[in-house]
Ligand binder design. Structure first.
Ligand SMILES: [Ca+2]
Length: 152
C-alpha cells in the first residue's frame, strides 16, 4: 500500500485511495456477523457438551451407588428398605443389629450433578429381589422422561 502525498501551496494533502484500501462498513458488518454466528454456534455446542457430560456423570453416580448397594447386600444379605434409603449405607438402619453394622460409605451420600439426591426404592418395580435407583435428571423432577435409571 503506497500513499502518495502531494503538496498544494505547501500543505501536504493525502490522496484519496478510491475505496480499495481498508474496509467498507458493509464488509466490517459482514465479518462481525460471521464471527457472532461462529461464537453462537460455539456456545451452543459447549452447552450441549456440558449437558451430555452431566448426564453421563449422573449415570456413573447411579451405577456407583448400585455397586455400593450390592456391597451392602453382600454384608447384610438384604438391601436397605425404601424408608431406610441410601442413608443406611453410612448410618445403621433399624433393621440391622448395631453391633454388626459397618458403614459401606464414609462421608455424605453424594447428590446428582443437578444437586438432587438419588431416588431409591426397595423392593423395586421389577418384582425381583432388586432395587430401583435413579436420578431425577436435568429437570430435577422424578417420573419424567429425563430420569436416569440404574439398569442391570
Ligand atoms: Ca426428571
Amino acid at each position: 500500500m503506497q500513499i502518495r502525498n502531494h503538496c498544494l501551496a505547501g500543505v501536504p494533502v493525502r490522496r484519496k485511495n478510491n475505496g480499495r484500501e481498508g474496509f467498507t462498513l458493509l464488509e466490517v458488518m459482514l465479518v462481525l456477523l460471521i464471527l457472532m454466528t461462529l461464537a453462537g454456534a460455539g456456545v451452543f455446542a459447549w452447552r450441549n457438551y456440558a449437558a451430555v457430560a452431566k448426564e453421563r456423570q449422573a449415570g456413573l453416580l447411579v451405577a456407583e451407588y448400585a455397586r455400593v448397594l450390592d456391597a451392602y447386600y453382600g454384608l447384610y444379605d438384604c438391601y436397605p428398605a425404601t424408608q431406610e434409603g441410601l442413608d443406611a449405607l453410612r448410618n445403621c438402619p433399624p433393621s440391622i443389629d448395631p453391633s454388626n453394622y459397618k458403614p459401606v460409605v464414609t462421608g455424605e451420600i453424594r447428590v446428582d450433578p443437578w444437586g438432587s439426591p438419588l431416588n431409591y426404592e426397595y423392593p423395586g418395580s421389577s418384582g425381583d429381589d432388586d432395587f430401583d435407583l435413579w436420578s431425577n435428571g436435568p429437570d430435577m423432577q422424578s417420573g419424567t422422561q429425563d430420569d436416569i435409571w440404574y439398569k442391570r
